[in-house]
Design a protein around this ligand. Structure first.
Ligand code: NAD
Ligand code: ZN
Length: 360
């Protein structure tokens, strides 16, 4: 299946299918890029699984370089970024060289930023290998971290194509399936009530997702992301909807220390909190307890009580989306419809306290 991602700066294809990594050469031929050489960037977990498949499938290239970074968020650092640029320079990659990001969101963000900056920008391709990367590989946000903040150094830089081989997801550990699934749920909740209903009735456990329903769920999630970035590539408006659940999620991730809880687990907690805030803010009933039961089916964790309401509020206010110190959150009016709203500290603090009290 081929989807088309259209943004203000670029339109590109997203291929999704089972075992399509072996067809990479023909996808590249479609691009007519006349690439001089290839640099595959991957991590130490993905390399033993898939690097060789990609290399041997690139039948028309003589100069194929590969660079393996350590697995995990730590690779989105200045020093790894610098080492990659050094490697590219040493091997005389030029403006016609193609970077292939083979991995999860970490590799996509890192390799994309290398491609965006090397010689003022060279072409790159996303080959996502995680479920979460259905989110990160689409839309062109690329970045590395600064010790003072996550994703603080980056660019908007769209790939030439995304090649999503669903077969590569089957080696993911359970927690990575859950983490990525949180973003799938997010895409349904912010945009597409029918998709939510489908998830609710078809995906009872993560095992249901791994079976034949994966392609459909992924294509749906990607199409929501694609529609949002098509309308707002640089996040001046509705792209912020994608931050649904993320204000509290980022606070939890920072509060526990990055890597202690997966991003998706934190987002799941954040979405439940956003639903609670929405109920109170609009004075409506969104059936929070039903959502909580539903999320439990997938074993999403509860909010880490030990962080406490005061610290969580403080960390939420540090979020990039806070403007002049006042907190903004994406709230849900109904399933499939959200908006960005300014909320006051005391209201959020009280709602946090209520949420924490419910933890068993
Ligand atoms: P990740 O890339 O670290 O992958 C998670 C783990 O799974 C890693 O240990 C990795 O080595 C391993 N792995 C990857 N593919 C595998 C496979 N097929 N089989 C077995 N193991 C595999 O993390 P992620 O969850 O994919 O992405 C998180 C990152 O994405 C964060 O840095 C986040 O900031 C970024 N992100 C970016 C955007 C964006 O729009 N650019 C959006 C969301 C998230
Ligand atoms: Zn996210």
């Amino acid at each position: 299946e081929t989807l088309t991602i259209s943004t203000a700066s670029k339109t590109y294809p997203l291929y999704i299918g089972d075992r399509i990594r072996f067809e990479i050469q023909s996808f590249l031929n479609n691009l007519n890029g006349n690439f001089s050489s290839i640099l595959i960037i991957t991590d130490s977990n993905v390399e033993p699984l898939f690097l060789n498949d990609i290399k041997t499938s690139l039948t028309d290239f003589e100069n194929i370089y590969s660079y393996v970074v350590p697995g995990g968020e730590g690779a989105k650092s200045f020093s790894v970024f610098y080492d990659l640029l050094t490697y590219a320079l040493e091997n005389e990659l030029d403006r016609k060289s193609l970077v292939i990001a083979l991995g999860g969101g970490v590799i996509g963000d890192l390799a994309g930023f290398v491609a965006a900056t090397y010689m003022r920008g060279i072409p790159f391709i996303q080959m996502p290998t995680t479920l979460l990367a259905h989110d990160s590989s689409v839309g062109g946000k690329v970045a590395i971290n600064h010790p003072l903040g996550k994703n603080m150094i980056g660019a908007f830089y769209q790939p030439e194509a995304v090649i999503y081989d669903t077969d590569m997801l089957l080696t993911l550990p359970e927690e990575q399936w859950r983490s990525g699934f949180a973003e799938v749920i997010k895409h349904a909740l912010i945009w597409d009530a029918d998709f939510y209903n489908w998830l609710h009735s078809e995906i009872h456990t993560l095992a249901d997702l791994r079976a034949e329903k994966l392609q459909y769920a992924l294509a749906k999630g990607i199409s929501v992301k694609a529609q949002v970035v098509a309308q707002d590539e640089k996040e001046s408006g509705i792209r912020a909807y994608l931050n649904f659940g993320h204000t509290l999620a980022h606070a939890i991730e920072a509060g526990l220390g990055y890597g202690k809880m997966s991003h998706g687990d934190a987002v799941a907690i954040g979405m439940l909190f956003a639903i609670r805030v929405s109920e109170e803010y609009y004075g409506i009933n969104l059936n929070l307890s039903k959502f909580k039961e539903w999320f439990k089916q997938y074993n999403f964790p509860q909010i880490p009580k030990e962080l406490g309401a005061d610290l969580l509020l403080q960390l939420m206010k540090k979020d990039k989306k806070a403007q002049n110190g006042s907190l903004r959150m994406v709230l849900m009016k109904t399933i499939g419809e959200v908006e960005t709203v300014k909320v006051n500290d005391e209201f959020i603090l009280n709602t946090l306290i209520k949420e924490l009290e419910e933890v068993q």
